[in-house]
Design a protein around this ligand. Structure first.
Ligand code: PMV
Length: 326
């Protein structure tokens, strides 16, 4: 029996300037650029083994065999990998996350980044970081940003090979911390793949996209000079703009819960009192509260006293997707 096996680890990322809406849904080419950082303590570990005798792909997530849409998405992704390698061979994929999936922590980002690296390496492709980022993007747009190290910018591009992400600063550049306040463990009802397709139904989307270059420039500079205040204002504005688009799409997408709003209001109050802290939310009700290492204990304590928070994950800026021993 011929076996080709590799394992990889990748972190989810939190977008400071968000990706919302595609100009090409199939290739997941976004309408706007985005900036994020990887989350070091959260990860997906994925082992891919191509086995000549397998009649089809099989997927295990956290030890449970998975079928339905989750498997379909992985099979379509593995089809690109097989096409790239020119090999018709099926795989067993074992994937493990150390955080809840489908609640607004970008589990698809770390999942497809780890899968890209493990699958391409197992099948014998030796892809560059840029090629890996393009490949990961086909599984989930934001996965393109979980390939490079630290702080990352995804250039939207126009075609498959020019829509990829690069590192703009290493993880050691700035000691930011993301405290992810989990307000529900429920799986979100509308995932981001469906959400991106609705973006253009909002009359606010064109205004959001038009203003993105300005926000990207400010956040890129703020990261470069470690200017928390400048970053905070743009990060909150950007999150609010994306959620305004979501809320005004048809059908409407309303991810905010009562506790999400309480957290956002408190974060603004804490910042007004002089603490470097800001919030951002992805396609889910959980709130990412970003601060610096020096303040993370204090913010953790403050968050713990807000009712409705089920759990808080703490993550510093993380590294790139990498191969690990099988
Ligand atoms: O990569 P996707 O298709 O799961 O989209 C991610 C969209 C947001 O998380 C809401 C924003 C972002 O840029 O990560």
């Amino acid at each position: 029996m011929k076996k080709l096996s590799s394992s990889a680890i990748a972190h989810p990322n939190i977008a400071l300037i968000k990706y919302w809406g595609n100009k090409n849904q199939v290739l997941r080419i976004p309408v706007n650029g985005s900036i994020s950082f990887n989350l070091d303590s959260l990860f997906t570990k994925t082992q891919v083994t191509f086995i000549s005798e397998l009649p089809s792909d099989i997927l295990f997530i956290n030890g449970h065999e998975t079928s339905g849409s989750g498997l379909d998405r992985v099979v379509s992704f593995l089809n690109f990998v097989r096409e790239l390698a020119g090999k018709q061979i099926f795989a067993q994929v074992n994937s493990e996350n150390n955080f809840p999936v489908g609640t607004g922590i970008a589990s698809s980002a770390s999942a497809f980044a780890a899968l890209s690296l493990a699958a391409s390496n197992a099948i014998g492709l030796n892809l560059s970081e840029k090629e890996l980022s393009c490949l990961a993007r086909r599984g989930s747009g934001s996965a393109s940003r979980s390939i490079p190290e630290g702080f990352v910018e995804w250039f939207p591009g126009e075609t498959h090979s020019d829509s990829f992400a690069v590192s703009i600063a290493p993880s050691t550049h700035w000691d930011l911390v993301d405290l992810v306040a989990v307000v529900t463990h429920e799986h979100k009802k509308v995932g981001s793949t469906a959400g991106h397709k609705l973006a253009n139904t909002s009359p606010l989307q064109s205004a959001r996209v038009e203003d993105t270059k300005r926000r990207l420039d400010i956040v890129r500079e703020a990261i470069k000079y470690r200017d928390f205040q400048a970053m905070a204002e743009m990060v909150e504005l950007d999150s609010n703009m994306m959620h305004a688009v979501m809320m005004t799409s048809s059908p409407t997408l309303m991810y905010w819960e009562k506790s999400s709003i309480t957290i956002m209001k408190n974060v603004q109050k804490w910042r007004a009192s002089g603490i470097p802290v800001c919030y951002t939310m992805d396609a889910g009700p959980n709130v990412h509260v970003i601060t610096t290492k020096d303040y993370s204990e204090e913010i953790h304590q403050k968050l713990s006293s807000i009712s409705g928070i089920k759990k808080i994950f703490t993550a510093a800026v993380g590294g790139k997707a990498r191969l690990i021993d099988n």
